[in-house]
Design a protein. Structure first.
Length: 281
């Protein structure tokens, strides 16, 4: 289809339709679509309308609301959010993990980490690489729970196949140690080795409404709360805090802060917080 023809098929969103989508996204995911984002929402959802054959956003909203499988809701959140990530993104956090946290885990019977909002998996695998580089002996007791709301992202994370440009910043030693280099049809790609993939459990989880998946000494929940308003951020932080064991660390994205949120965590450094010792759930 020519560019002009495709542009002519772009649907505009009415104020009422925007409010419907906005309310749905907020109720289901806590996504805060502020007024003024009408054009952005329309642009990102137009592909959904074209693929499903709908002529209005009202029709699309009705379809998503009535889809019992939940897949349409997942497609909606995928379209409205940016699942951008990379290996060792915000690298200073991995230094804190290595220097301040892993020595404490070495003496434990189990080393468990929760990687929330894992997107396509790079963060979860980065956590595994850091742990194994620091102490290969931890492999026998390491378990990383990696969660995301998107089944599409979880499928990509579980497959663990990445094009060369996604891994080119990694040290050559890590590429050799933790990846298989693709050949033939997979030329130009790398895949995380199966023995590393087995250390990570990928599971769908909605941070706005979830049952605690366990108690963890480390939780990475980075670059997702920027999509929430303050009340939702407070709810998410309360849920994450409940899942932190006393003395456990919570890592947020560097653009995120707990300022204005009531919490019982101790500030350690930018975007790093710790649950005080002696504090139960």
């Amino acid at each position: 289809m020519a560019g002009g023809e495709e542009t002519s098929l772009l649907r505009t969103i009415s104020p009422g339709e925007f409010e419907q989508i906005r309310d749905l996204a907020y109720r289901q995911f806590g996504l805060d679509l502020r007024a003024g984002k009408e054009a952005l929402v329309a642009a990102r959802l137009n592909r959904q309308l074209r693929e499903l054959g709908f002529h209005t956003f009202r029709e699309y909203y009705q379809h998503v609301s009535e889809d019992r499988s939940g897949e349409s809701l997942v497609a909606l959140i995928d379209a409205l959010t940016t699942n951008h990530t990379s290996f060792f993104r915000e690298a200073a956090h991995f230094d804190v993990l290595r220097d301040s946290v892993l020595p404490r885990l070495a003496a434990r019977a189990k080393a468990e980490i929760w990687c929330a909002a894992c997107a396509s998996g790079e963060e979860a695998y980065s956590l595994a690489f850091v742990v194994l580089d620091h102490s290969p002996a931890l492999r026998q007791k390491l378990h990383i729970l990696a969660t995301d709301i998107s089944t599409r992202m979880l499928a990509a994370a579980g497959a663990a196949v990445y094009p060369t440009d996604r891994v080119e910043t990694l040290p050559e030693a890590q590429l050799r140690r933790y990846f298989l280099k693709g050949a033939n049809a997979w030329r130009g790609c790398y895949r995380v080795r199966p023995e590393i993939r087995r250390l990570i459990e990928f599971r769908r989880l909605n941070l706005v409404n979830f049952k605690p998946p366990g108690l963890f000494p480390v939780i990475f929940c980075r670059n997702v709360m920027i999509y929430f308003d303050k009340p939702t951020q407070g709810k998410v932080v309360a849920g994450l805090t409940e899942c932190l064991e006393p003395g456990g660390y919570l890592f947020l994205g560097h653009a995120e802060t707990l300022t204005g949120i009531t919490h019982g965590l101790r500030y350690v450094r930018p975007a790093v917080y710790q649950k005080p010792e002696g504090v139960e759930r």
